[in-house]
Design a protein around this ligand. Structure first.
Ligand SMILES: C[S@@+](CC[C@H](N)C(=O)[O-])C[C@H]1O[C@@H](n2cnc3c(N)ncnc32)[C@H](O)[C@@H]1O
Length: 174
């Protein structure tokens, strides 16, 4: 394993250890799809990424490593997670390219205004109301990735699984 992948892997493992230690309410489930989203970001030469749900930073670290110029803003409302993530980003040498936006997504999203090439939502299941903001913040030609949205879309086939499903929605520019 190359050193960057090893560091990401270690952070993935640490995220699960944190979850076990933090208690039943803790929702830090590091995203196993993060390397795939980073590959998409790399293929698209994305320079700005927005993540909702930082946890202790696994996915944001993967996304920031997508390209040398990639900057990531990541929203987190749990101060314990935000503090741990900040420590991780400093340890990984990524704190210059990852900014943690502390607070609740619902109140922070309307204040963001620069469209992002990639928007990744990884913060629970109750975010239907954020979709207009998420779409606004995804630049034309960008990609919005949502977790756990399956079953909430009006045309979703009920025979398909409703949990832990990732949907990739390209917002085309024509
Ligand atoms: C599934 S974890 C994120 C995992 C992370 N993306 C990773 O790969 O390790 C969800 C995170 O979203 C945060 N969160 C949940 N609801 C939120 C909200 N409304 N606003 C901001 N953060 C939220 C939780 O505190 C938790 O840290």
């Amino acid at each position: 394993m190359n050193p960057a992948n090893q560091m990401h892997h270690d952070l993935y493992e640490r995220s699960f250890r944190h979850q076990a230690e933090h208690g039943e309410e803790c929702t830090v489930f590091p995203s196993p799809q993060a390397p795939l989203w980073a590959t998409i970001a790399s293929a698209m030469s994305v320079t700005r990424v927005l993540e909702i749900g930082c946890g202790i930073g696994y996915q944001a670290a993967c996304l920031a490593s997508a390209t040398p110029e990639c900057v990531v803003e990541t929203i987190e409302n749990d101060p314990v997670h935000a503090d741990l993530a900040q420590e991780e980003f400093e340890r990984l040498g990524l704190s210059g390219r990852i900014t943690i936006l502390r607070g609740d997504a619902e109140s922070l999203l309307p204040n963001l205004d620069v469209p992002y090439g990639l928007v990744v939502v990884d913060a629970g299941i109750d975010y239907d109301e954020w979709l207009p903001e998420l779409t606004r913040l995804t630049r034309p030609g960008g990609v919005l990735i949502t977790s756990n949205l399956a079953g909430k879309l009006p045309d979703w086939d009920p025979r398909l699984p409703t949990e832990a499903m990732m949907i990739v929605r390209a917002q085309f520019s024509y």
